[in-house]
Design a protein around this ligand. Structure first.
Ligand code: GRF
Length: 190
């Protein structure tokens, strides 16, 4: 089964996925795509000798170039790992129930437009939440919606800073995302 990763930034989750599926019998990462030519994720993919592709806003929303590339590469599953743009309907239609996203909160809490990165964790702290977590879900035409596949929680101590809860969330993401993808791939093979 062939996996593509879309990421806009650092790509620490992409890194974990590439590590996990390196030499894996059932799945491989065949392509890493980004809207950001300076994204560190591209460097990480190079280190794994995984092909990369950078696209512009115009290409993504006004042409079918990205859809065709993913089809030509015979991609089965697309993972959004810190990808900040809304997925266009044409891409959703070409890969129905095959696109998943990871989000650093317990959706439906702290999701939606503008809720990414530090914004999420700042809001969680401002509301005095006693716990937060991560969500892995199918992607639809809205930010951070679509059927939830998996969630995991962590506790927030009163003394926890922004940096600490960020780290707690990131550790959970790194632990859970590769395994959830693996589960999805084995389900898809039936
Ligand atoms: C993660 O927190 C993910 O949940 C969110 O964006 C962040 C990406 O981090 N969608 P990284 O680029 O994988 O380090």
């Amino acid at each position: 089964t062939r996996v593509a990763v879309l990421a806009s930034g650092s790509g620490s989750n992409a890194q974990k996925i590439m590590e996990y599926f390196k030499g894996h019998a059932q799945g491989e990462v065949v392509l890493v795509l980004s809207n950001n030519p300076n994204a560190y994720v591209l460097q990480r993919a190079d280190n794994f000798e995984i092909p990369t592709h950078v696209f512009t806003r115009h290409e993504f929303y006004q042409t079918d170039e990205v859809v065709r590339l993913l089809q030509n590469m015979q991609v089965d599953v697309i993972v959004l790992a810190g990808f900040l743009w809304l997925v266009p309907a044409s891409l959703l239609q070409a890969f129905p129930n095959k696109i998943i996203n990871i989000h650093p909160s317990l959706l439906p809490k702290y999701g939606g437009k503008g809720m990414y990165g530090d914004h999420v964790h700042k809001a969680v702290l401002a509301n005095g939440e006693a716990e937060s977590g991560i969500t892995i879900h199918f992607v639809n035409e809205h930010f951070d919606e679509g059927e939830i596949i998996h969630q995991a929680k962590y506790k927030i101590e009163p003394s926890d800073t922004l940096e600490i809860i960020k780290l707690k969330g990131q550790q959970l993401e790194h632990q859970h995302l590769p395994k959830v993808i693996e589960g999805l791939l084995s389900k898809m093979r039936g």
